[in-house]
Design a protein around this ligand. Structure first.
Ligand code: ATP
Ligand code: MG
Length: 435
């Protein structure tokens, strides 16, 4: 991809236009990381970009952004621009085409505001980004308060980049987030979800959520999480502290590059605890997984999760306590679980949950993981002895929930090796229908 990006830069430079890599890719190159994508900026105007490059799609022509497609990769190629006033806290009212310096000034942080000429191998830095990157400082370009008021999503972007890249806030930055936290309500559900997902699947999510809480951003966007603060747990099993602490330590224990589903499920796995808190022989949270799944559904709706994502995260939260009796289950029951499409993710949820707990005891996770790796429990799904249609034809019953129940009994009988053939299956059904 880098080679293709370089070719595009060369194509534009050959026609006499000043052209660079910009933003995140420059930051990543300077950090010695491989950029996820390459944004390109140029003095060429949108029409000129379209003339020079072979395959282009005008995705944001008004804003000077053209998508270039080459060798199976996509690149945003944008004309140097500055933003006119923001009146809605989200998007500039208009853009003006201008020079590289002004284009740098409209960007959010100094570390995101540099350009790189991949032909001359030179950095163009109007904002002191190289120095801040070296000193590991997250600094807004310009006044932090003004930049947040201009685009409210920057509240979350600041917290994300600071923690992902393990930086310190420049003076005044954290205070500006604190003082403007309320503006987060202007940001659309999609953008909040996207940003939170990036935070959760990146580095140091625990500290990022701690900062969201400290600045009061969290109680606006995810009050259900803020409510975990001060919820006591039985000390014998949870020396880490309240449910909030446990949750932060659990998200920090996520594997590298977790799926979105796993990351959200770990974040939300205990949100049902405040409402199900009770003290019997000890502190208990009976039914907290089910309650948590119900609340997950509400959060998913509010933050505009896709249907698939909603179903998956809810499934994981619902079943996060199922391992308790796993070793005592019948083999067929265990096999049923292991055949669930998200079982691997459920196991990883268990791992993060355990690692977020003091004292940590990974023995159950290791045992299951070992069994899975040896495939001992991975009984192959048996060949179907009978289909629903065959049952309907043979016994003259019509379609309905009864068929499903019969198939389930047949399946389990087969798994327990009580029946082996179609004939035996039919006899079993006959007995069932008589009973
Ligand atoms: P990543 O893609 O890893 O999240 P990135 O730096 O590439 O990081 P993008 O959101 O892809 O971030 O944006 C690309 C560049 O556009 C940024 O580096 C920054 O220069 C600029 N930018 C993006 N969003 C904003 C914003 N809300 N305000 C100001 N500049 C922004
Ligand atoms: Mg990017």
């Amino acid at each position: 991809m880098e080679k293709t990006a370089l070719e595009i830069v060369k194509d534009l430079k050959d026609k006499g236009f000043e052209t660079y890599f910009a933003g995140g890719s420059v930051r990543d190159i300077l950090l010695g990381k491989t950029p996820k994508d390459y944004d390109i900026v140029t003095s060429a105007k949108p029409e000129e970009i379209e003339d020079i490059l072979e395959h282009t799609i005008p995705i944001g022509k008004k804003f000077g952004v053209i998508l270039a497609v080459k060798n199976g990769h996509n690149f945003e190629v944008a004309t140097f621009r500055s933003d006119a006033a923001y009146t809605d806290g989200r998007r500039p009212d208009a853009v003006f085409f201008t020079d590289p310096k002004e284009d740098a000034m409209r960007r959010d942080f100094t570390i995101n505001g540099m350009f790189y000429d991949p032909v001359a191998k030179k950095v163009l830095d109007f904002v002191g980004g190289q120095e801040d990157l070296k000193k590991k400082i997250l600094r807004f370009i310009g006044d932090p308060h003004e930049r947040i008021v201009e685009d409210n999503l920057r509240l979350l972007r600041a917290i994300r980049f600071k923690n992902e890249l393990e930086l310190d806030y420049a003076p005044g930055t954290f205070e500006a987030i604190e003082n403007n936290a309320g503006l987060i309500q202007n940001v659309s559900a999609e953008r909040i979800q996207e940003e939170l997902t990036k935070i959760l699947t990146g580095k140091n999510p625990g500290q990022a959520f701690r900062e969201m809480s400290e600045t009061d951003v969290l109680k606006i966007i995810l009050p259900e999480l803020e409510a975990l603060k001060g919820v006591r747990q039985p000390e014998k099993y949870h020396k880490e502290g309240d449910v909030f602490e446990h949750t932060l330590e659990s998200i920090d224990a996520l594997p590298e590059n977790p799926s979105k589903e796993l990351a959200w499920a770990v974040l939300l796995h205990d949100i049902g605890k405040p409402e199900t808190f009770s003290v019997d022989d000890r502190i208990r949270f009976n039914g907290h997984a089910e309650k948590g799944a119900e609340m997950t559904g509400e959060i998913a709706k509010r933050l505009n999760f896709s249907n698939e994502m909603t179903v998956n995260v809810k499934w994981l939260v619902t079943h996060h306590m199922m391992f308790g009796g796993f070793d005592k289950m019948k083999k067929t029951r265990q096999a049923h679980w292991i055949h669930q499409p998200l079982f691997g993710e459920l196991l990883e949820l268990l791992r993060a949950d355990i690692l977020g707990t003091k004292p940590k005891d990974l023995s159950m996770y290791n045992e299951l993981k070992g069994l899975m790796d040896k495939k001992e429990l991975l009984l192959p799904k048996p060949e179907t002895l009978l289909t629903g249609k065959e049952i309907m034809d043979e016994f003259g019953i019509s379609q309905g929930p009864e068929i499903g129940k019969i198939l389930d009994v047949v399946y389990h009988a087969q798994m327990e090796e009580k029946i082996h053939t179609k004939k035996e299956a039919l006899e079993l059904v006959k007995k069932l229908l008589k009973a």
